[in-house]
Design a protein around this ligand. Structure first.
Ligand code: TIU
Length: 230
């Protein structure tokens, strides 16, 4: 159920506390897909240990539940490509070893191809009916998608951004959002990277320099604030 437009929440965050109105805030979960979090997908084809991403699943689930209860607009993004590969640049195609490239057959279907099992969201974070799903060919969720249009159509000014991976698609998206005038809130425990040191640096970059890309908080702070608003 939507909360009144006048309701605001204030949460502890870095570099300073931030207030936001649930009515103008969206939760954006980036690429919580089997291709990145499960064995045999794109993340593993790139040479990564995908098990390290599991830590952010539960905080994302809890935050998603709180966001739904408070009536926030919820957006789920998916990185992936057309089955004929007509939207993949040659440079991106060549990133994995032959046989494990985008479009090649894997245990979860063709790697990073829309409609294949690996492209789907993980079971724990399936979109609910009516939630927005953005299919994106790039790392940033604004690139070659209608995300900006959908957010503006809903009057959204603040984004709570979580997902994977912190330094790649989460960062690309929050930088794109920042340049488009959105206020970003990043719950650090709802983001995950194959490289803990990259996660730490990427999170630190968000709130450095007075919050150059946004505010950093955690799931618990957001969940308690949203519970009061709900
Ligand atoms: N490789 C890596 O860290 N990430 C990606 O390729 N995509 C996303 O972050 N979703």
């Amino acid at each position: 159920m939507a909360v009144p437009a006048s309701t605001t929440c204030t949460i502890a965050a870095n570099p300073q506390p931030i207030s936001f109105a649930p009515a103008t805030t969206a939760l954006v979960l980036i690429d919580m897909q089997r291709d990145f979090l499960e064995a045999g997908g794109f993340g593993e084809a790139l040479g990564n240990d995908v098990s390290v991403l599991r830590a952010c699943v539960e905080p994302c689930q809890q935050l998603l539940a709180a966001a739904r209860k408070a009536g926030l607009l919820v957006v789920h993004t998916r990185e992936g490509h057309r089955s004929d590969l007509s939207d993949v640049f040659a440079e991106k195609l060549q990133r994995c070893a032959p046989g494990r490239r985008i479009g090649d057959a894997g245990p979860m279907g063709r790697i990073l191809i829309r409609g294949e099992a690996g492209h789907d969201f993980i079971a724990e974070l399936q979109p609910a009916a009516g939630e927005i799903v953005i299919d994106k060919p790039g790392k940033g969720a604004f690139y070659s998608t209608d995300l900006d249009l959908v957010l503006r159509r809903h009057g959204i000014t603040t984004l709570i951004i979580g997902g994977v991976t912190t330094e790649v698609c989460v960062h690309s998206t929050l930088r794109e959002a920042n340049d488009r005038g959105y206020r970003n809130i990043v719950p650090a425990d709802c983001c995950g990277s194959y490289f803990p040191e990259f996660h730490a640096a990427a999170i630190a970059m968000v709130s450095a320099q007075g919050g150059i890309f946004g505010h950093v908080t955690d799931a618990a702070a957001l969940i308690s604030a949203l519970a009061i608003a709900a």
